[in-house]
Design a protein around this ligand. Structure first.
Ligand code: HEC
Length: 118
């Protein structure tokens, strides 16, 4: 009987421990750069940027790490997404489509991420 009690106690505390650690795990991933990167990927996907841009490779448009080298401010990048200036990239034959309908807050997050690649 004692053994059974012990077993139940053991199971209970295990459940409590695993429950607790599950919670802290969730909290900590929300703040890690990995989670942030995942969020940026989602934003880029949602806003169709991936159709023309990759992080490290030239596609229809320049790679984000290439753009980061221009040392624009975050605000300037947002401006350029709203109103592209193809003359900045003469080696790309097709200009970027203007995307004036996108959310400014989301674009600022994307811009900040682009600059972090430099
Ligand atoms: C239809 C293809 C296309 C899509 C979609 C697209 N881009 Fe571009 N992008 C380009 C091309 C081509 C260039 C280079 C020529 C230019 O700036 O017009 C460019 C340039 C840029 C630049 C550099 C601007 C400059 O003047 O230096 C940034 C920043 C950028 N894109 C971000 C984005 C982001 C963020 C998204 C999604 C919200 C996006 N682009 C969607 C094709 C695209």
């Amino acid at each position: 009987m004692k053994i059974l009690q012990h077993l139940i106690l053991c199971c209970l505390s295990l459940a409590i421990i695993s429950c607790g650690s599950g919670k802290t795990n969730k909290q900590s991933t929300e703040q890690t750069p990995v989670a942030n990167k995942f969020k940026i990927k989602q934003l880029l996907e949602k806003n169709t940027c991936f159709a023309c841009h990759k992080q490290d490779e030239k596609l229809v448009g320049p790679s984000y790490s290439e753009i980061a080298k221009r040392s624009y401010s975050d605000e300037r990048i947002v401006e350029l997404i709203y109103k592209p200036e193809p003359e900045n990239w003469p080696e790309y034959p097709a200009p970027m489509v203007a995307l004036p309908h996108l959310d400014q807050k989301e674009l600022l997050e994307i811009a900040h991420w682009i600059n972090s690649l430099n």
